[in-house]
Structure formats: C-alpha cells, structure tokens
Unconditional design. Sequence first.
Length: 125
Amino acid sequence: MARREPISSETFAALVQQAVADLPTPYAKLMESIAVVVEEEPPEDVLRDLGLDEKDDLLGLYQGQSLADDSFFRPGGEPPPRISIYRGPILRICESPEEVVQEVYDTVVHELGHHVGLDDDEMPY
C-alpha cells in the first residue's frame, strides 16, 4: 500500500474553502450567517456529551440555534452559528484531496441541515 502525502493545515483549510465555495446557491445563502472553523480534533467533552466513543465518529459539529427555533424575541449576546470541521478524523478516513473535498462538502451540508432544524435521521448524508 502506497503511503499518502500528509495534507497540511493550510492545504486542508483551502480544501474546506473550496468545498464551501462549491455549495449550490441556496446553501451558500445559508452559509452567509455561519462561521466555518477548522479544528484539529473534536474536543473530548463534545464527544462525551454526544455519547461518541471514537474521535473518528465526529467529522463536524453545528453549534447555534436552528432557524426552526429562531425567534425575534430571543435574548441577545448569543454567539453566531458556527460549523466546526475536524481535520484529523476527515484525513484519517479519506484517501485523497478529492475525497477530503467531498467529505467536507458532505459534512457542511449535513451541519447546514442542523442549522435549518433537521435531525440526523432526516439528513441526506
């Protein structure tokens, strides 16, 4: 088995930007109000809170209030919605930069589903 070249943090961030840029217009419009951040690994407390045993079980995470729960009357001071993309787990399951872009794309679409109020079992991915 050939050893694949590691993907640097900078290259991975560029692949995330490419995946977000490739989103269809309706998804891109939703992304205008969401911060996308790259983190190396999912935090242990997040894995614990979600009941996950392995770091590779979590590729991304949506944090924020869904549009379905949004209200004019909600209190201020809440941070903006955010999608975290976890570099380590994605790189461990992908074989090529093209797979990374596709996995990031799928993960962003999945997390956008949470933004609009979908549960995991309602997701296309």
